[in-house]
Ligand binder design. Structure first.
Ligand code: NAD
Ligand code: WQD
Length: 342
């Protein structure tokens, strides 16, 4: 199949592109580089032996996007492009609604116009709001606590309505839990701009000495050790979930959780990271972060049964691969910097 991957140079998109190519599909990546670097394109070309198309295009630009879809003979769309920072969505909600809703509407309009039967959307466990885990796809969604989460719930609704009105449009909504880790080559991974908000990139930057110590948000949750519990999933397992979803797309709308089904606490992650990488992570406890809840983990029975997908990598793999990427990427950036000053 030929798959158009929106946001394919981003963290999850780039890993998914590699798995799609490995599975024998051809791809066109569309990205405007607002939260990714052009070097990721070079790195994808180093890792993969298969060729692919890249278009630098803003998905908000409907006319430009249409020329790409028009000439592409597209069999399916995987839509990753969007803005994803929870905190930023609180301070700049209009930008989050503008980008996340309009990118989804533009791609969906083109899927309908060009009769593209497969559409996979990056949703998030955040649509479950503060509901009690394990979270099941069929449960009623609760309001989320931030505009980012609202955009995900709204995009789900838009795609549901579009598929109902256009029965040829098959849609899969994938609700990710907490993606971490990196490709085993160490060439691509999560590389946020500025100080990371998420746990794993913060840990790797503390390990590298870029940040002084990790601040753990709360140690008084009703969990085994008092710290927050999340369902961390290796980004390569997540990537494989997309390939299973697009290959097995049915008509109508399917919804799947992509997680491991198992919760791991913040302290357990730190201890595992220290053990497998043989280093120490200095940390301190501070007050709870606004909007956080004690436990978030998935029920993954449905995705296992219907897509035959399950995770293959454990927390140790996630910690090892995240650290390998941090090390290699820091070295790559230092070399690039010294090249510039030659
Ligand atoms: P990312 O920011 O690394 O990747 C998104 C990519 O989309 C970037 O390369 C960015 O340049 C591109 N992009 C953004 N707006 C665009 C536009 N208007 N036109 C073209 N390209 C555009 O994010 P990610 O972590 O890879 O997440 C991918 C998707 O998964 C997002 O929709 C995100 O909301 C969702 N998601 C992420 C997580 C997570 O923890 N990373 C969890 C649940 C859901
Ligand atoms: C994990 C745990 C923190 C940083 C977010 C989004 C969610 C989804 C995934 C997109 C929590 C603790 C963290 C730190 C800490 N993204 N923590 N110190 O909040 O579960 O989910 O990313 O859809 O929508 O909300 O992920 O990595 O920020 O936090 O103690 O410096 O680590 O309190 O318990 P979260 P996270």
């Amino acid at each position: 199949m030929h798959i158009l991957v929106s946001g394919g140079l981003g963290y999850i998109g780039s890993h998914t592109c590699l798995v799609l190519l490995e599975a024998g599909h051809t791809i066109s990546i569309v990205d405007n580089l607002i939260n990714s670097k052009i070097e990721t394109l070079e790195k994808l070309r180093i890792i993969s032996t298969s060729d692919f198309q890249f278009y630098q295009c803003d998905i908000l630009d409907y006319e430009h996007l249409e020329t790409i879809v028009h000439e592409g003979n597209v069999d399916g769309i995987i839509h990753f492009a969007g803005l994803k920072s929870v905190g930023e969505s609180v301070s700049n909600p209009l930008e989050y609604y503008r980008v996340n809703l309009n990118t989804t509407i533009n791609l969906t309009r083109l899927a309908v116009k060009y009769k593209i039967p497969r559409f996979v959307f990056s949703s998030s466990a955040t649509v479950y709001g503060s509901a009690k885990s394990p979270l099941v796809e069929s449960q009623k969604l609760l309001p989320t606590t931030n505009p980012y989460g609202e955009t995900k719930a709204m995009c789900e609704k838009i795609l549901n309505d579009a598929s109902q009105a256009n029965p040829n449009l098959g849609v899969t909504l994938l609700r990710y839990f907490n993606p971490i880790g990196a490709h085993e080559s160490g060439l691509i991974g999560e590389n946020p701009n500025g100080t990371p908000n998420n746990l794993m990139p913060y840990i790797t930057q503390v390990a590298k000495g870029k940040l002084e110590k990790l601040k753990i948000f709360g140690n008084d949750y009703p969990t085994n050790d008092g710290t927050g519990v999340r369902d961390f999933i290796h980004v390569m397992d997540l990537a494989k979930g997309h390939v299973a979803a697009i290959e097995k797309q049915k008509s109508g709308v399917q919804v799947y959780n992509l997680g491991t089904g198992k919760g791991t606490s913040v302290l357990e992650i730190i201890k595992t990271f220290e053990r497998v990488n043989n280093l120490e992570i200095p940390y301190e406890f501070i007050e709870r972060r606004n909007g956080d809840i004690a436990e978030v983990y998935a029920n993954v029975l449905k995705v296992g049964k219907e897509l035959g997908w399950k995770t293959e990598r454990n927390i140790e793999d996630m910690c090892r691969d995240a650290w390998r990427f941090e090390n290699q990427n820091s070295q790559y950036e230092e070399e690039k910097f010294s090249e510039l000053w030659k």
